[in-house]
Write a protein that binds this ligand. Structure first.
Ligand SMILES: Cc1cc2nc3c(=O)[nH]c(=O)nc-3n(C[C@H](O)[C@H](O)[C@H](O)COP(=O)(O)OP(=O)(O)OC[C@H]3O[C@@H](n4cnc5c(N)ncnc54)[C@H](O)[C@@H]3O)c2cc1C
Length: 506
C-alpha cells in the first residue's frame, strides 16, 4: 500500500531544519497542513496580531514548499474534523508533526488526535524540535542533553517531495476569521527570521549585554528573535549554531528550561507552583472585587500614575514587544504593588506579547509574582527602573506624552512637582495624568510581609524542596561560555553583569 503522509504544521512555520518535513520524504505522496483552530482563536491568550503574523508566515511558507513540490493546505476547523474532511480527498496513512508544549486546550486536542489516529490506523510520528524533553524523568543531566541536541547537525530537508496532487487552498483573511484588521507588528516568516538573526550577528548584537536592560536600547540591541522562535520560523538549533555571543547561549537554554516546566507540569498555567500560595490574592480563590478590577484596569490601560509602568504598558500595547526587565517590572508592579493574581494579568500580557510562548510566560509570571516557592522575591521599584534605564525620560515621554513638559529630574515621579511647577509643565496631577494608584513603599512592605511570613513556614520549605527537585536548574557542567553563573561569579560581578544575573532564575 502506498504511504501517504501529512505534515501537520503547528509552531514550526519554516522549511529549514524541520524534522517533520524531513520525515515525510519517505512518503509516496505528501502534503503539508496548517489548521486554524477555533479553539485557538477563542482562547484568552490569542490576539489578532498573532493570527495576522501566522497568516503572513504561512503565505511565504506555502510558496517555499510549493517550489519543492509540496502543497500546503490551510483549513479552518477542529483538527479531527479537518482530518476527516481531508481524508476524503487524500487518504493519508502517516501523520508527522513536532511535539508541542502549549496551553491546556492543545493538550486536549493532541489527545483527541491520538485517539483519531488509533481508530483509523494512521501512524502519528511526533518529533522533538527544541531542547524540551517529553516524559522527562529527572532534571539531572538536562543541560547536557540540551547541548547535545543543539550541537547535532541540522536535519536536512529534501530538495523535492513527492507532493500529493491536491489543489492548495487560498489563505483566509482576518475578516474571514471574524477578526479585526491588524498588521503583523514585525516582518513574519522564515526569511525575516534569518534577516533578523543576520542583522543581530552582523552588528546589532555588539552591545547585547549592555543594551539588554534599557527599554530604548534593547529594542534594537536584543536579538528580537523571540516571535520567530515562538512560531518556529527558525529553529533553535540554527540560532544556536550561528552565534558566538557570550551570554546568548544561556538565554536559548533558558527558553527550553522554562518550557520544560510547563511540559512537566501543565497545571502551572493555572495554579501556583507553590500551593502554599493558593488563595493569596484576589483572583486566586479570593474574590476579584471592584477594587481589584479598578487596579487591573489602570494597569492594563497604562494609567497607574507610575510613568515607567505606564510607558512600558503603552509601548507593549502598540508594538507587541518589551525587553525582559520591563516585562518583569510590569508583572512585579501588578503582583506586589497592586496585589493582583498573576493569571488575569498574565492573560492580558499573553495577548499583547507577539512572542507568547506558554512555558516561558507562565513560569515567568509566577517567578515575578513570588509563587514559584524557589526563587528570590524580586520587587522592582518603577521609579528606580526609570532612573537607571531611562535617566532623561526619553522613553517615558515617547509613550506618556502628558508628561512632555515635566522637567527630566521629576519625569519618573511627577507627583513630586509642586503645584506651580505642574502648572508650568502643563500637567496637573490627578487631572492630566493620574496620581499614583498606590503608595510605593507601603504597598511593597505589605506584600513583603505577607510573602516572607508565608515562606517561613515549615510547610513552605518542604514544598520548595520538592519544587526545586522537579523543576530547578542543576549545575550544568557545561563549558564556561555557556555555563550558568555560579554564586561565586555573582559575588565578583560588575553592575552590568549583576543586571544579567538578575534576569534568570531556576
Ligand atoms: C513576565 C514575563 C513573560 C515573558 N513571556 C515570554 C514569552 O511569552 N515568550 C518569550 O519568548 N519570552 C518571554 N519572556 C522572556 C523574555 O522577556 C523574552 O524572551 C525576550 O524579551 C525576547 O526578546 P529577544 O528575542 O530580543 O530576547 P534576547 O535577549 O535576544 O534573547 C534571545 C532568546 O532567548 C530566549 N530568552 C531570553 N530571555 C529569556 C528568559 N528570561 N527566559 C526564557 N527565555 C529567554 C528567548 O527565546 C529569546 O528570543 C518573558 C519574560 C517575563 C519577565
Amino acid at each position: 500500500m502506498a504511504a501517504r503522509g501529512v505534515v501537520w504544521l503547528k509552531r514550526d512555520l519554516r522549511c529549514r531544519d524541520h524534522a517533520a518535513l524531513a520525515a515525510a520524504a519517505v512518503a509516496d505522496e505528501a502534503l503539508a497542513l496548517f489548521v486554524i483552530e477555533p479553539a485557538w482563536l477563542a482562547s484568552p491568550e490569542c490576539h489578532p496580531r498573532h493570527v495576522a503574523w501566522t497568516l503572513a508566515a504561512l503565505a511565504e511558507l506555502r510558496a517555499t514548499l510549493a517550489a519543492r513540490g509540496l502543497p500546503l493546505v490551510v483549513r479552518v476547523g477542529d483538527v479531527p474534523q479537518v482530518f476527516d474532511d481531508l481524508r476524503r480527498s487524500f487518504a493519508f496513512t502517516h501523520l508527522f508533526s513536532h511535539e508541542e508544549t502549549g496551553p491546556g486546550w492543545t493538550w486536549g486536542r493532541d489527545r483527541a488526535v491520538a485517539a483519531w489516529c488509533r481508530e483509523r490506523g494512521v501512524v502519528w510520528q511526533e518529533l522533538a524540535q527544541t531542547g524540551v524533553v517529553r516524559r522527562l524523568r529527572s532534571r539531572d543531566g538536562w543541560a547536557q542533553r540540551w547541548q547535545r541536541r543543539m550541537d547535532a547537525p541540522e536535519v536536512s530537508v529534501p530538495a523535492r517531495w513527492r507532493g500529493a496532487p491536491l489543489q492548495a487552498d487560498g489563505l483566509p483573511t482576518l475578516r474571514d476569521l471574524g477578526l479585526p484588521q491588524v498588521d503583523p507588528p514585525t516582518a513574519a516568516g522564515e526569511r525575516a527570521a534569518w534577516t533578523t538573526l543576520d542583522g543581530f550577528l552582523a552588528g546589532r548584537g555588539r552591545g547585547y549585554r549592555r543594551n539588554l536592560s534599557s527599554p530604548l536600547a534593547a529594542a534594537d540591541g536584543c536579538s528580537r528573535l523571540s516571535e520567530h522562535l515562538a512560531f518556529g520560523t527558525i529553529s533553535m538549533r540554527s540560532v544556536h549554531q550561528a552565534h558566538d555571543l557570550r551570554g546568548f547561549a544561556g538565554r536559548l537554554r533558558w527558553h527550553c528550561h522554562f518550557v520544560q516546566k510547563l511540559e512537566d507540569e501543565p497545571a502551572i498555567e493555572h495554579r501556583n507552583f507553590a500551593r502554599v500560595c493558593d488563595g493569596l490574592r484576589p483572583g486566586d480563590g479570593v474574590a476579584w472585587n471592584a477594587e481589584a478590577q479598578r487596579r487591573f484596569d489602570a494597569w492594563r490601560d497604562g494609567r497607574t500614575g507610575y510613568p515607567m509602568v505606564d510607558a512600558c504598558m503603552r509601548s507593549l500595547t502598540a508594538t507587541g514587544w518589551l525587553n525582559f526587565r520591563m516585562r518583569a517590572m510590569l508583572v512585579s508592579f501588578a503582583s506586589y504593588h497592586l496585589w493582583l493574581h498573576w493569571r488575569p494579568t498574565g492573560l492580558h500580557l499573553a495577548r499583547q506579547f507577539l512572542d507568547f510562548e506558554p512555558g516561558i510566560h507562565w513560569s515567568q509570571m509566577q517567578m515575578q509574582s513570588g509563587t514559584t516557592g524557589i526563587n528570590t522575591l524580586r520587587i522592582y521599584s518603577p521609579t528606580k527602573q526609570a532612573l537607571d534605564h531611562d535617566p532623561d525620560g526619553t522613553f517615558i515621554r515617547r509613550w506618556v506624552p502628558e508628561l512632555d513638559g515635566v522637567p527630566a529630574a521629576l519625569v519618573a515621579e511627577p507627583w513630586r512637582m509642586p503645584a506651580a511647577m505642574q502648572g508650568r509643565a502643563g500637567c496637573t496631577i490627578g487631572r492630566d495624568y493620574p496620581a499614583p494608584i498606590v503608595v510605593d513603599r507601603t504597598a511593597v512592605k505589605q506584600a513583603k510581609d505577607k510573602l516572607y511570613a508565608l515562606r517561613a513556614s515549615r510547610e513552605a520549605r518542604t514544598e520548595a524542596d520538592a519544587i526545586q527537585d522537579r523543576h530547578g536548574s542543576r549545575k550544568s557542567g557545561l563549558p564556561p561560555t555557556t555555563r550558568p553563573r555560579t554564586q561565586a561569579r555573582r559575588a565578583t560581578a560588575t553592575p552590568v553583569q549583576r543586571a544579567l544575573f538578575e534576569e534568570v532564575g531556576s
